[in-house]
Design a protein around this ligand. Structure first.
Ligand SMILES: C[S@@+](CC[C@H](N)C(=O)[O-])C[C@H]1O[C@@H](n2cnc3c(N)ncnc32)[C@H](O)[C@@H]1O
Length: 314
């Protein structure tokens, strides 16, 4: 009866047009799924990883799926075991409580933007198209990349291009933007590219990709939301529950690594007393991050920078 119900489930997402999940089987295996458990996918997107989770659940199991992008909603299947929460995962615990869930058996996140978001010029994430200089994952938010470019001080711009994009001439870029932004409108990608063209250094595509990455991280407060979500994991995970987080750049990976190891985001020296305290929170399942195989990278170039880290709540 139970199996029949699951087979009849309308969860038929294989939405590779929308997004190809990275490190799919590695992530699902890492979650060590109990069929009647409760799991959270913080980043539903095209639902690829969610599909892998739901396939392992029985009729009692539950999947709580977050996505702050309205567009992801269309990928939600009709399946009573899924609760979709169209919110930022920074509110993880709040929305679990609102759904009367105190703790869960596993939490996963596959950070960043989906291929669909990236491939739609209108969303403003990609250097390949023209469109509004937007980059908001959550379109209810008012603050966009155009606001960053128009309103940030030279120092703020310098810092964000340096930290989030590792842009080699971030100081020059910031001062150029501040000097010339009043002389021309900077509301679209083409306008922005034209504004900064005199200071583009090295390979233009690589340079622009770094600049765009930095803006995207800032607009969506990607570091802030990741920290907030990680800090809620000790309270939200049951004992033995797993967290599996896929990151795409070193700043994110460092946050996850340090938090799993030390319960903090600081680069603390390896102090034996600290690690004793923090062993009380997580057992590290992946001493080194899991990365994509050569085959996966060939099939899906996006997987080349993916790193999966897994920890278990003690
Ligand atoms: C890389 S995609 C996830 C793809 C998904 N794992 C799949 O297999 O289709 C990231 C998704 O998470 C969403 N997202 C990113 N950051 C978020 C946040 N802080 N809160 C909620 N959703 C977020 C994005 O809108 C996007 O749809």
């Amino acid at each position: 009866m139970m199996n029949e119900k699951i087979q009849n489930s309308k969860f038929k997402i294989q939405n590779s047009d929308y997004h190809i999940p990275v490190l799919f089987s590695e992530t699902i295996d890492a979650l060590n799924i109990h069929p009647d458990g409760i799991y959270v996918d913080c980043t539903f997107g095209g639902g690829g990883h969610s599909r892998g989770i739901i396939e392992k659940l029985n009729a009692k199991g539950r999947l709580i799926a977050f996505d702050q992008d309205e567009d992801a909603k269309k990928n939600i299947p009709e399946d009573k075991r899924i609760i979709f929460i169209p919110q930022n995962f920074r509110h993880l615990q709040r929305f679990l409580r609102l759904n009367k869930i105190q703790s869960v058996d596993g939490v996963m996140a596959d950070l960043g933007v989906s291929s669909r978001q990236f491939d739609e010029g209108e969303r403003g994430f990609s250097i390949r198209f023209d469109g509004p200089l937007d980059m908001r994952m959550d379109q209810r938010q008012e603050f966009s990349a155009a606001d960053v470019i128009s309103n940030y001080s030279e120092q703020q711009l310098h810092k964000l291009f340096e930290q989030y994009g590792e842009v080699s001439n971030s100081k020059t870029l910031a001062s150029h933007i501040v000097l010339y932004r009043k002389q021309m409108p900077v509301q679209t990608i083409l306008q922005f590219k034209s504004l900064i063209s005199p200071v583009v250094k090295g390979n233009p595509n690589k340079y622009l990709a770094q600049v765009f990455q930095a803006l995207r991280i800032e607009v969506n407060d990607e570091m802030g939301v990741l920290k907030e979500m990680l800090q809620q994991l000790p309270a939200v995970l049951k004992k033995g529950g797993r967290a599996a987080i896929i990151t795409f750049h070193s700043l994110e990976d460092r946050l996850v690594k340090n938090f799993f190891r030390k319960g903090s985001f600081e680069e603390l020296p390896d102090n034996p007393f600290m690690s004793e305290i923090n062993e009380a929170i997580f057992k590290i399942i992946t001493k080194k991050p899991i990365v994509a195989s050569g085959d996966e990278i060939k099939r899906n170039n996006r997987s080349r920078s993916a790193k999966l880290r897994v920890a278990e709540k003690l």
